[in-house]
Design a protein around this ligand. Structure first.
Ligand SMILES: Nc1ncnc2c1ncn2[C@@H]1O[C@H](COP(=O)(O)OP(=O)(O)OP(=O)(O)O)[C@@H](O)[C@H]1O
Ligand SMILES: [Mg+2]
Length: 432
């Protein structure tokens, strides 16, 4: 049976704690298959002109007399069926599983069901409601004290078990953010945090290691949100990462609009491995405010170098993002997230995204080969490489100080590269 679902898409303007309607999203579905989506900006939203385009490429604000109706973009892999910006605000693998559990249904379910059940505290500044006047159900945020329950509930969801009534808080706190790993949103110290739980199937303590890797990235001068490890017993802590899409205002939070790099580049998920860091660097130049482009491009170059050195090859286009800066009227590279070293034995390694003229090959000379696209002179690019390599060389200290169990440090040693293994000598000799 083919059905049509309409949502009123709401946006929280920067520094506002109430949302305003931006337009109407229509999804045409046949059972779980999404056949078509269209979005039309509301007249009032367009007339205000002080509000942002939900996505600068695909959903540019219409000029006077132009149609307000939009369809998803055409990519190298054909026309997208879903708008990336709405997909960014929808649950992913983990959130979908949670919603299926809550509804006692087996997935996949129609996209409209996932969109409707992700709760209004979702990623970024969007919300999806039935009508322009719909009342928002604001639930109390889960607190640090709830972490043990949330983790217990997450384990049941992973195991495919039903959630008992005493653990139902996970249904509000859980499906908010994207990604595959179990997570929830909690409030602590008047901030909102993304809580990432361990999985029973993990071969090392991922929360410890992600904490240590983000700490190392911060030591290397990269832009990392506040993080903490919460010990909730059995030496299996939960990683908390401060949400960069929320800002405390009085007793409430305002929201910052978020786009994944996948959306910003208007790509199909299947295009992701054919996309280069340089493409993201160009998007920064196109959509960033003039005063921040250089800084964000250098930061992106640094993240690519860091990913080479710690062998984080899960650097896909949803693991890079942009945040709207209303003051500067431009898109900023979001703070860093989701970096975990991947143990490996082969010497020749690749990242997920293209690094340089030799494609995805994870070496420093390959990274140097297109440094100009990142707005860097050769000495500037080499200085970034040296800064990050010198920090990563000392990774064991940071991992030990972060409480990573010593058996995990041994397991991870094969992931971390010595700068010589990835060609630092060639750069120093001027060949990179
Ligand atoms: N600090 C943060 N503030 C706001 N949003 C965040 C933050 N960190 C991550 N996100 C958003 O949440 C999503 C899921 O987070 P993350 O990538 O860490 O989860 P994951 O389950 O490990 O992902 P993957 O499926 O790539 O392994 C991200 O894609 C991003 O949209
Ligand atoms: Mg991720």
């Amino acid at each position: 049976m083919t059905s049509k679902t309409n949502f009123v898409v709401f946006v929280y303007p920067e520094r506002a704690t109430d949302a305003i309607p931006a337009g109407r999203l229509t999804l045409v579905e046949h059972h779980a298959a999404l056949l078509q989506s269209t979005f039309g900006y509301g007249k009032q939203y367009v007339q205000r002109r002080d509000l942002l385009a939900l996505d600068p490429l695909t959903l540019a604000l219409p000029g006077p007399g132009e149609s307000v109706l939009r369809e998803p973009p055409i990519t190298a892999n054909g026309q997208l069926i879903e708008f990336g910006v709405f997909r960014d605000a929808a649950p992913d693998h983990w959130g979908r599983k949670l919603i299926e559990n809550k509804l006692h249904r087996t997935g996949p379910l129609p996209e409209s069901i996932y969109l409707a059940h992700a709760g209004s505290n979702r990623t970024g500044a969007l919300d999806f409601r039935d009508t322009p006047n719909a009342l928002v159900k604001t639930n109390e945020l889960a607190q640090l004290l709830d972490l043990g329950y949330l983790k217990e509930a997450a384990e049941k969801v992973e195991a495919g078990e039903q959630i008992p009534a005493r653990l139902e808080k996970i249904f509000e706190a859980g499906p908010t953010m994207g990604g595959a790993r179990p997570k929830a949103v909690v409030e602590a110290n008047q901030h909102q945090w993304l809580a990432k739980f361990p999985l029973r199937s993990d071969t090392f303590s991922v929360p410890h290691v992600e904490y240590a890797t983000l700490s190392l990235a911060r030591e290397a001068g990269l832009d990392v949100p506040a993080i903490r490890l919460e010990d909730i017993g059995e030496n299996r802590p939960v990683l908390l990462i401060e949400r960069f899409d929320r800002v405390r205002i009085g007793n409430d939070y305002s929201r910052r609009h978020f786009l994944s790099a996948l959306t910003m580049l208007a790509r199909h998920e299947a295009d992701s491995p054919h996309t280069h860091y340089a493409d993201i660097a160009e998007a920064i130049a196109t959509h960033g405010a003039a005063s921040t482009i250089r800084q964000d491009q250098a930061e992106l170059f640094g993240r690519m170098i860091f990913n080479i050195l710690v062998h984080n090859n899960d650097d896909h286009l949803r693991n890079h993002g942009f945040i709207w800066d209303a003051n500067l009227q431009g898109w900023r590279l979001s703070p860093l997230y989701d970096v975990v070293p991947m143990p490996a034995f082969s010497q020749e390694r690749s990242l997920h995204l293209g690094v340089g003229l030799e494609g995805r090959l994870a070496t420093l000379p390959n990274a140097m080969s297109r440094h100009g696209v990142f707005g860097l002179t050769r000495p500037q690019a080499i200085a970034i490489i040296n800064r990050i390599a010198n920090t990563v060389r000392e990774w064991k200290n940071t991992f030990e100080a972060s409480g990573v169990p010593s058996s995990d440090i041994d397991r991870l040693a094969s992931a971390i590269r010595h700068p010589r293994e990835v060609g630092i000598q060639e750069i120093k000799m001027g060949n990179g």
